[in-house]
Design a protein around this ligand. Structure first.
Ligand code: ATP
Ligand code: MG
Length: 436
């Protein structure tokens, strides 16, 4: 095949598929939920050890997009990105009291001098120490919101459900520091709105539920729970006012609740001086006194959220699909193949790539020794938002292509196809703007 334009080809993607014979009886007790099964069988992740995974190219692309989506919303709320080391001196965890409290869940490492480190499961100690170290901030510099996206390590008692409960996962964690409690609460609500936008942009139904603060400490916390069968948590949704909580009866309107399984995709906490007091992080107020900083922290599980998107079923959310569109050319040797040739595939690829929402985001399933049907089946299982098939109607004049997406399957000419995708995508973007 000679080609003049550079197309992304599926045959070149490292995607170790696992094909399970149709009638095979699978004894696997390890694959326990939809996202784990799909990510594994479609060659997106690979387990390497208990609760540890290699993220393969297609999942990494999705993860990169998810991170950009999260960054956009969290930065719009005023956060600045940083990067903290995964190794936090154990002495800081001792000072906060969590070395004891979190006990066996902490993964540890020792350097050649015998100094102990915690492989950070979260970064409250590290960020608070950073702010203590730079010396007292002035009240004029507050509030200060810092965030990172990084690996976290937890020696989970029972790693489960693939990426949903791993021992090494990614988290977007933000930390805000303030002079007054009012300011903490204002920022807390602002970041909560950013969280809503993040989840709505993914098309996920996520409830903010008041929760106990647990080992994190602090005065107020909310779990962000996505309704999903595989969830290890549960919440009660009021049939009358949709309030979500942990109580059987709705505290807001007294209505009856329906209990559903859910996945905790995020957790936010008002910490106040829980960490700044023991770790000595203070600021200088207008009178020159040095009270401890007041803080809140916000965590979204990146890899867990990605798996939750797959758990939700259907196709990938538009903004995080590994590729937005897959192009399926005719089977080798078919009449269409002979008459159209590879140049027609390149032409369709270029035409699709003209749409700003598809630029650099179209891939060709060039495994043309396989039938269209088989490739289409795999594409639908994988869940590309748009699949464009060059079937028999591609020989018509003007040629028509099959567009398979969440809402429909239609035979369309190229202008109609581009218009349809553009309309759907702009609908999506408009929906995101409304919530922004
Ligand atoms: P869980 O109750 O599910 O163990 P957690 O309360 O321990 O969660 P947090 O400490 O609040 O979780 O961490 C913030 C976020 O990090 C969670 O909301 C979740 O999205 C993610 N997370 C926590 N543990 C894991 C894990 N083992 N694997 C993947 N993501 C995780
Ligand atoms: Mg936990």
């Amino acid at each position: 095949m000679k080609s003049n334009i550079k197309m992304r080809l599926l045959s070149k993607v490292f995607q170790p598929l696992i094909t399970i014979p149709k009638n095979a009886k699978i004894k696997s007790t390890e694959v326990t939920c939809k996202s784990q099964k799909l990510l594994l069988e479609c060659g997106l992740i690979r387990p390497t050890s208990s609760g540890l995974f290699a993220i393969l190219p297609l999942a990494q692309r999705a993860m990169d997009k998810l991170e950009r989506h999260i960054c956009k919303h969290i930065e719009a709320a005023g956060a600045q990105r940083i990067s903290l080391s995964s190794l936090t001196p154990a002495s800081l965890w001792d000072k906060s009291g969590r070395l004891q409290e979190m006990g066996p869940e902490l993964m540890k490492a020792t350097d050649r001098h015998g100094k102990q480190y915690v492989l950070a499961p979260t970064h409250e100690e590290a960020i608070t120490d950073l702010l203590a170290d730079v010396g007292p901030l002035s009240y004029k510099q507050l509030p200060l919101i810092l965030y990172q996206i990084s690996s976290k390590f937890r020696d989970e008692h029972r790693p489960k459900h693939g990426l949903l409960r791993a021992r090494h996962f990614t988290m977007m964690d933000a930390y805000s520091h303030h002079a007054s409690e009012d300011c903490v609460l204002n920022t807390y609500e602002r970041i909560s709105r950013a969280y809503r936008d993040i989840f709505e942009g993914l098309g996920l139904k996520v409830y903010r539920v008041e929760a106990p603060s647990g080992a994190m400490g602090g005065s107020l916390s909310h779990e962000w729970q996505a309704v999903a069968e595989a969830g290890e948590d549960s919440l009660t949704i009021c049939q009358r006012c949709q309030h979500a909580g942990l109580e059987a009866k709705c505290p807001r309107c007294g209505g009856e609740g329906e209990v559903v399984s859910s996945i905790e995709v995020g957790h936010t906490f008002v910490l106040n001086t829980r960490y700044s007091s023991p770790l000595g992080a203070c600021y200088t107020d207008a009178q020159g006194a040095r009270p401890p900083l007041r803080a809140a922290c916000y965590g979204v599980g990146g890899s867990r959220l990605l798996a939750a998107c797959v758990e939700a079923g259907g196709r990938w959310p538009r903004g995080v699909a590994p590729y937005s569109a897959l192009l399926v050319p005719p089977k080798e040797g078919s009449k269409e193949w002979q008459q159209l040739g590879w140049s027609a595939v390149e032409q369709v690829y270029s035409q699709l790539s003209v749409l700003p929402t598809l630029r650099d985001d179209v891939i060709v399933d060039d495994r043309c020794d396989m039938t269209i049907g088989k490739r289409l089946m795999q594409a639908n299982r994988m869940g590309y938002p748009y699949v464009v098939v060059m079937g028999k109607a591609a020989l018509e004049s003007p040629p028509r292509y099959e567009l398979v997406c969440e809402s429909s399957t239609q035979l369309l000419t190229m202008p109609e196809l581009l218009k349809t995708i553009d309309t759907i995508d702009h609908g999506n973007m408009a929906a995101e703007k409304v919530t922004a």
